[in-house]
Write a protein that binds this ligand. Structure first.
Ligand SMILES: [Zn+2]
Length: 405
């Protein structure tokens, strides 16, 4: 009976067990915000400089290791902190124009350096090991674009692993086999929460690892972490937290990393009124992550009900006109060639000659999950990248002549 009661009391917690740490983090943010970054349009060179500053202030508490380089030879680095058994893996900005969480990571590193002797930081660093890759797509960040310099959406390259950046993410996950992971992105700041009409400041997802979207130990743990993060954030932005669509995406990193055994939570930084640079959302990332690190360190999140996550209101295409399948894309400047599918949609043009159709390249990479009115076989056929860049207008007949002989 006692066991049952205890289970009832402790088995289904839908309130935050300890709200003080997160409130203190929120209220004292200006004391530890990483002020060297005040605009979201920072590039790799600046990040490297900031990592030097962080290294100086954290000293032996952090090690920085270069994991490898982007296609254009910019370094991709791993920061490791802590000596604990529970490994927490975080990676940001795999989409180059999604820098909000990178800023939040610098804030939280700065918090740790300024509060090295606080009981919370000591608990976090003794019970967990933080493994952080800030800015996975430095070439994309250089251009402030989603895709890598090779035109690939890295979050659709988890299986084919054509890009050097995706290979780094995969090999790092495999090397450490972390228990918990945070996949850090930005979403369109115009997403809203359910039917509330409020802007989604943050959207969360515990990605599915299969089409059936079933739960296993790994995904259930991710849902508990997401529930805990929701409880933290609700204190500050109640009604501004959305749930991302959990349809299984077989090419995405979140879904695959969940499948590979690391409990993944996707955090999408959304929007906030009069905050184009997303500085408030940056703060939410920092406060939310530090709070959840502590809950993971104390294992208090394990008692949080997954209902909290399941009850978050939802925040959502898959037919193209033409897909050229598995074409070889060559780069005139020496970057390695890649195999990619090319999606082209037809757009009607009205001009003095009458109405006609032009094509626009609307997607590029692994498009195997999409259907199309026409599929053209690109296997064994090459096209120079500059001819089919994203959003380019293409002459449909010319492309057809290359691939449709
Ligand atoms: Zn993204």
């Amino acid at each position: 009976m006692k066991t049952i009661l205890l289970f009832l009391v402790f088995g289904m917690i839908t309130q935050l067990a300890d709200s003080q740490f997160s409130k203190t983090l929120f209220n004292s943010y200006d004391n530890y915000k990483f002020n060297e970054i005040s605009s979201r349009r920072f590039k790799h060179a600046e990040l490297i400089q900031h990592l030097g500053t962080i290294k100086k202030s954290l000293g032996d508490l952090v090690t920085i290791e270069q994991l490898g380089s982007s296609a254009e030879n910019r370094s991709i680095n791993l920061l490791s902190l802590g000596t604990g058994k529970t490994k927490i893996f975080l990676w940001s900005q795999m989409h180059g124009d999604e820098p909000t969480a990178t800023m939040g990571l610098l804030d939280l590193l700065n918090y740790i350096s300024k509060n090295k002797n606080s009981s919370e930081v000591k608990t976090i660093l003794s019970e967990t090991t933080l493994l952080i890759i800030p800015m996975l797509n430095p070439d994309g960040a250089e251009r402030f674009q989603r895709r890598t310099s090779q035109g690939i959406d890295m979050n659709r390259d988890a299986v084919r692993l054509q890009t050097p950046e995706a290979k780094i993410l995969k090999s790092t996950r495999d090397r450490f086999d972390p228990e918990i992971g945070f996949n850090l992105h930005d979403q369109d700041p115009r997403y809203s929460v359910g039917d509330k009409g409020t802007v989604a400041a943050i959207s969360l997802l515990a990605p599915a690892y299969n089409v059936e979207k079933t739960d296993n130990v790994v995904r259930t743990r991710a849902k508990k972490v997401a529930s805990e993060l929701t409880l933290v954030l609700q204190q500050f932005v109640d009604n501004h937290i959305g749930k991302y669509d959990d349809a299984f995406e077989p090419r995405a990193f979140g879904d695959n990393i969940q499948k590979w055994g690391t409990s993944v939570v996707l955090i999408e930084s959304g929007g906030w009124k009069d905050d184009n640079d997303k500085m408030f959302i940056r703060k939410l990332n920092c406060v939310g992550l530090l709070s959840v690190f502590h809950s993971i360190a104390t294992k208090s999140y394990e008692r949080t009900s997954t209902d909290v996550y399941e009850n978050i209101p939802m925040n959502t295409k898959n037919l193209y006109d033409i897909i050229v399948e598995k074409a070889t894309i060559t780069f005139s400047d020496g970057r390695p060639s890649i195999v990619a599918d090319i999606a082209i949609n037809k757009e009607e043009v009205h001009d003095s000659t009458g109405a006609w159709w032009k094509g626009r390249v609307v997607d590029f990479g692994d498009l195997s999950v999409f259907s199309a009115h026409e599929k053209w076989n690109g296997i064994g056929k090459s096209i120079e990248s500059s001819l089919i860049e994203m959003n380019d207008i293409v002459k449909i007949d010319e492309v057809k002549n290359i691939f449709h002989k």
